[in-house]
Design a binder for this molecule. Sequence first.
Ligand code: DQA
Length: 149
Amino acid sequence: MRVLVLNGPNLGRLGRRQPEIYGSTTHAELASLCVGWGAALGLEVDLRQTNHEGVLLDWLNDAADQATPVVLNAAAWTHYSYAVFDACAQLTAPLVEVHISDPTQRPEVFRHTSVVTPHAAEVIAGHGIDGYRLALESVARLRQDPTQG
Ligand code: DQA
């Protein structure tokens, strides 16, 4: 089964961006880790990152049309994009929200709201890069038993 792992703005700078919060793993390293973790679970991972909101919306719309499961780190868009909210609402296959940090525990109040959570079968936050492995495990589990979301 194919799984889209979609990363939003500034996540392409992983490894260089605030490593004290987001760690030292680069986005390229994250991509190959996800492909390996997915393969071990029987999932074909297609990982993408964009700094352009419309591009993410197009990917989410395609995922809705093709009933593709999505692991989504919408980064800052998580906190205010009603377009992302509407795109996530259309998804039919499992959606798992992931964050490297735990936005709900961070001091900026704007991070405490997520437009993705209402549509997510599961939210994984604060586990660093390993959160993506947990999110892929969640997709694999949900595929086997969709009632366990
Ligand atoms: C993030 C948390 C967001 O608040 C932030 O805007 C990001 C990354 C995370 O993975 O911890 O860009 O989604």
